[in-house]
Design a protein around this ligand. Sequence first.
Ligand code: NCD
Length: 307
Amino acid sequence: MIKHLRSAADLDADTATLILDTAGEMAALAGREVKKLPTLRGRTVVNLFYEDSTRTRISFEAAAKRLSADVINFSAKGSSVSKGESLKDTALTLQAMGADAVVIRHPASGAPHRLAQWVDGSVVNAGDGTHEHPTQALLDAYTMRSRLGKIDGLRVAIVGDVLHSRVARSNVLLLTTLGAQVTLVGPPTLIPVDIAAALSPATKVSYDLDSVLPEADVVMMLRVQTERMQDSYFPSAREYSRRYGLDAPRMRKLPEHAIVMHPGPMNRGMEIAPEVADSTRSTIVEQVANGVSARMAVLYLLLGGKA
Ligand code: NCD
């Protein structure tokens, strides 16, 4: 088993499949009255969040607690980070407390890689800048597999603000490792030149959502990340949503079995219409529940659990 999960590229097909299978066993636990396993008793998991988060932070906390680990939640607001303490000094403090795993979300791409050089425990990337978010990709793959029965051969369209999306980058890496065919869709201003080739040669790019939908098994909508935008990438929200938003008439172009995903938080009415987000095709709420199982599997396996 790998020691750290810094990037989806850390996972080969066998390791990724082992994590998804283990997540399936963890999910079975969620249906039981007592949702706890004793496996990580006596181990310490630190959640180190330098950026805002709802789903990911709560989900890692729930995952560690269900495995009976001791959980320390650290958020940059209200800590010595606001006094200017560096990531390295914070890392050394965690090291002194004996953290077995550190889950980190940070605005700087590459922060988890640096952190792994300073602590002895496992490092799990919970989102670093615009770079990667590997546990999101795992929970997304888990959701696809449980809804559609497989990942190999699936046609997945990832739509919208690819430029700023760590979710997109990790998904391309993981999904292509598992044999899916990925198409990135969005306005040319939001799809970095050569990204598809850089991440995985089989990945395609399209600027025309309507032509991709009839061929898709999965459409994954991305949030338009205005907080990361210093320039204007499209004329207006209305124009964006007219070309790249998923509304009900567009959703009808999808094959019968296709599912609609979104990592959250959503801009309802912009990249996704409320009636689509709340439709039976939507897996958005399931993705959140699956996030706990996927993160339990990651913590369990990284900290030495047996398959
Ligand atoms: C994503 C993130 O923070 O990268 N959200 C999440 O983890 N569920 C996507 C986003 O912010 O749009």
